[in-house]
Write a protein that binds this ligand. Structure first.
Ligand SMILES: *Cc1c(COP(=O)(O)O)cnc(C)c1O
Length: 396
């Protein structure tokens, strides 16, 4: 941590995002850290070489650029340590590998990001770990699912695509009485709107590809652990040999500087569009945790400081027209791009599939469309969505 970071621990979030991790005095006055590329790091003499007693020892173990980014993330999360990984998916899979062993049982929320589920059903199974999916609304009911060999409980709130909230503090406190590690994918909220470790979570996970990077051009994951679970995570990461480049770390650090102002824009625009959708006759339901009509809205209101730009809605349709209506809607959009991921500056739409769900089956009144509301003007986005609704209505 640079000497100045203590000054910012009580500052407002945008002040922190602007200054944390920078050390101009240590970098010839330049505002930003250098992009330090490298594998080999030289040692001054044989004694230092054999003991490895110097700050940097090899490229995979960190550089001044990756350290600057980890420093910012640790301050935002209140974590003991953070590892940087080459994708958000790796930020989910590496902690699973770090904390689980053959014969263990893991409880995974059913509204989990689909590729996380695929990893559980393939690799974890291959290594003899039993996985069970639980209802995001389970609350205190989680206790009944904990077995003597349950070692890890994974949360994601709001859930992917359907946005169910979870009672994070309650589940974490029950998990800890059984000595289970609690991991949480907090990608949607970012540490600006929810800090998992302050609510009892042990390991906070982010797809930094989304809002931290913010420009649809970098893939990265953050995993931040509390003191108790940091060593095991860091050791596993070293054993696996995973790392990110300084160039990518620099880009994400640059994205973080503006994340506060970007999120505020995403939040306002997405909420305005969600409310507008809710008032329409051709929409059956809007799945956005900041809407009072949303079933787990009370948890969002109690625990979260804000909402972001991704939510879904259910397009009203007869079962035999789901496919035609949803395709007509998406094909009529011209500002919204059709594509995966989110968190960039541009608006996106995708058709949601809930075929993988085992407990939390989701709404059935029509096809579910997920929107990422970008930084465009709301009036233009509404006009684009109007074209989609007109095209869907034209399907007999
Ligand atoms: C996108 C996403 C990920 C994966 O991030 P990638 O960098 O695309 O691998 C993980 N979790 C959630 C909730 C996501 O939305």
């Amino acid at each position: 941590m640079s000497n100045k970071d203590g000054i910012f621990s009580d500052a407002g979030i945008n002040t922190q995002l602007t200054h944390l991790g920078n050390d101009p005095a240590g970098n010839h006055g330049f505002v930003n850290p250098p992009i330090m590329r490298g594998s080999t790091v030289l040692f001054p003499d044989a004694e230092t070489l054999v003991t490895e007693k110097q700050k940097y020892t090899y490229g995979t173990h960190g550089t001044p650029t990756t350290d600057a980014l980890c420093e910012v993330v640790n301050q935002l999360e209140g974590s003991a340590g953070t590892i940087l990984l080459p994708s958000g998916l790796a930020a989910v899979t590496v902690p699973f590998l770090a904390y689980l062993s053959a014969g263990d049982h893991a409880l995974i929320v059913d509204s989990v990001y689909f590729p996380s589920r695929r990893f559980c059903n393939t690799m974890l199974k291959q290594y003899g770990i039993e996985v069970e999916y639980y209802d995001p609304a389970i609350g205190a009911g989680i206790e009944a699912l904990i077995r003597p060999n349950t070692r890890l409980i994974h949360l994601e709130a709001p859930g992917s695509n359907t946005f169910e909230m979870q009672d994070v503090r309650l589940i974490s406190s029950i998990a800890h009485t059984y000595d289970c590690v609690v991991t949480m994918d907090n990608t949607w909220a970012t540490p600006l709107y929810f800090k998992p470790l302050e609510h009892g979570v042990d390991v906070s996970i982010h797809a930094a590809t989304k809002y931290p990077a913010g420009h649809s051009d970098v893939l990265m994951g953050f995993v931040s652990a509390n003191e108790k679970h940091w060593k095991k995570l860091n050791d596993a990461n070293r054993d696996l040999g995973l790392c990110v480049t300084s160039d990518d770390a620099y880009q994400v650090l640059r994205g973080l500087r503006t994340m506060g102002v970007r999120l505020e824009h995403h939040r306002k625009s997405a909420l305005e569009i969600a409310q507008w959708l809710e008032s329409r006759d051709d929409v059956a339901q809007v799945l956005h945790p900041a809407l009072p009509s949303f079933p787990s809205h009370d948890i969002w209101k109690r625990d979260f400081k804000g909402s972001t730009g991704v939510f879904s809605f259910v397009l009203k349709a007869e079962p035999n027209t789901f496919k035609q209506k949803s395709h007509a809607f998406l094909d009529a959009l011209s500002i919204f791009g059709l594509g995966f991921s989110w968190g960039g500056y541009e608006s996106l739409a995708v058709l949601v599939s809930l075929r993988d769900r085992v407990v939390a089956k989701g709404p059935t009144e029509g096809p579910i469309i997920r929107l990422q509301i970008g930084l465009e003007d709301v009036a233009d986005l509404k006009r684009d969505l109007e074209a989609g609704f007109a095209a869907a209505a034209a399907v007999a």
